[in-house]
Ligand binder design. Sequence first.
Ligand SMILES: *[C@@H]1O[C@H](CO)[C@@H](O)[C@H](O)[C@H]1NC(C)=O
Ligand SMILES: *[C@@H]1O[C@H](CO)[C@@H](O)[C@H](O)[C@H]1NC(C)=O
Ligand SMILES: *[C@@H]1O[C@H](CO)[C@@H](O)[C@H](O)[C@H]1NC(C)=O
Length: 273
Amino acid sequence: MWRSVLPLLVGLSPAVLLLLQLPDFTVTQGPHLEDYKYGRQGSEWHDKKPFCSWKCILLTLQWPAGFCQSLNNESLCMIPETINNWTIHGLWPQRAFGCCDCWPMFRSDIQELEAELHEHWPSLLTTRSSFYFWKEEWEKHGACAACVEGMNSPLQYFKISLKLRRQFDIHSVLEAASVTPSCERPYKVSEVKQVLAPHLGQDHIIQCVTDHKDREVWFQVKIPLSHNLTMGCVHHDGDSGDHHPPPSGHPCPPDDPFYYFPIDHQRPQRPCD
Ligand SMILES: *[C@@H]1O[C@H](CO)[C@@H](O)[C@H](O)[C@H]1NC(C)=O
Ligand SMILES: *[C@@H]1O[C@H](CO)[C@@H](O)[C@H](O)[C@H]1NC(C)=O
Ligand SMILES: *[C@@H]1O[C@H](CO)[C@@H](O)[C@H](O)[C@H]1NC(C)=O
């Protein structure tokens, strides 16, 4: 097309040239560029997803021995002596909109919870302090959840998370059903889900990582909750959490056995070698 009109353009000023070319340009590139420049995409987004539109929130609990298997660097994992239980990874609103990293959190905000947080929400990375971990979770997820009454400050958000952790006492539920950590005994997804479903709802997800010996190892449970923190929210497991630094794992394969490794504080990354 341009080739046929090209001879006509000879002698026209650059401004006219630009004008002539514009239509074609707008079809392919224009909308994005314009929207970006004038912020239209932002406002459109805002119309489609009003503030605080999230419906589901995932309480994600991790099993320390499994978590360590997700790290490929031997010197990265650390399980404090006091940690012998499932710990909190995070409380993540799903498809949240209206989050910002504009709500900084300080140590003094959560001072009264610090002992409890160290016990139930420790960093398991040698390279990251627990406070840094909490701060990161708050800024990434908490600030999005904060549009809901009862979660609208760092203190409230961490209080709620700890309360939920107490409510979902996975360790005791499993133990009562003889599902206990072991290097030898593999478990099936169906048998574990059956044990957990009455306590966590049908939609909970059990996640595994593959260890250095290609074993499936259980490391995480995601419990979907509604806005009002009742069980059984229909969720979409999309952009649901931290993808760094550990890989986020995968749902344990339904047909393969997986392991629920014991915690070894001395050799956190090699409990079953
Ligand atoms: C493992 O992590 C430690 C601590 O961050 C670092 O010093 C070391 O270089 C890492 N090793 C490898 C092989 O990445
Ligand atoms: C794990 O934590 C719960 C409370 O959240 C507690 O009831 C249980 O005894 C703990 N289990 C172990 C092995 O520490
Ligand atoms: C909590 O929210 C769910 C989903 O929006 C709703 O079905 C349920 O009735 C609510 N429960 C309470 C106690 O408000």
